[in-house]
Design a protein around this ligand. Sequence first.
Ligand code: ADP
Length: 297
Amino acid sequence: MPGERSGTATSPAAAPDGGLGDVLREYLDVAGRLQRTHEALQGEIARLRQELASKDRELELRRRLAALGELAAGVAHEVRNPLGAIQLYSGLLRNQCRAANLGSALQLIEKIEAGIAAIDTVVKDTLALAPRDRRLAPCPLGPVLAAVADAVRPALDRNGVRLVMQGAETAPAVRADAAGLQRVLVNLVVNAAEATPAGTTVTVAVSRPAEELVEVQVLDEGPGLPDDLRDRIFDPFFTTKEHGTGLGLTIAHRLIEAFGGRLSAGNRPSGGAVFTLALPAASPDADERATPCPNAA
Ligand code: ADP
């Protein structure tokens, strides 16, 4: 019937006149709605593209880390044995030089030993990249945070920075490997202490945003992470420090994923960087059985 349309298809402002004007209004109305749908879809496509690109980057990082982990473990393993022998013999040589009162030779040996210690650190870091079975157990955060505070004390003092712990006393248990978790937190706090100016504060804050999730954030008052670096800081060997290895955050990312958690980095609205560990909470039954985790590093 002329002029008969469904109520939803007609513009409420348009009075039907049963003629060409009606058809035109209907056409413009439909065209307008199509345009809006089109724009909404375009927006959704752009969002999905961005999400896909970020997932692609994550996947690529994971692939590279897995490949690197295997290669690195092999190399580090091979280096570790001769390095152990070099350490042993330089120790013996040091003792002999000391006994023979060869002061200048002792100074040279100390330099050699400093070099050996630096290689040893890289070997240990590289071995930590290797995929290996980790003992995941209910792990109360309190003792881990206390051990972290002890371990970072020299770095804090060196940089004149204060450490504040929030929520540590009531921190719940998480499912993790205590030594690995401690290693990650020490690395994040030392990085924060190095980035933040003397006289400022590094904060470690624990919260529980959901029953099954525990968040540990490390916040500093430094310059934060520039946009062009934010995607690269987890890449192996990426460093802006003169003597950095660029492995700390790579290892941290890998360990936290092995716990079934996530490590993300961002900037605080007030300036400074924030690193967020999202960790699975230990289940309530497991919590009852939870015992303090060993403080092995
Ligand atoms: P390294 O400490 O040996 O450089 P990391 O993997 O721990 O290796 O860190 C990689 C890089 O990430 C650092 O060199 C630095 O540029 C950046 N970074 C890490 N933590 C922070 C922070 N809290 N504030 C600013 N930049 C940071």
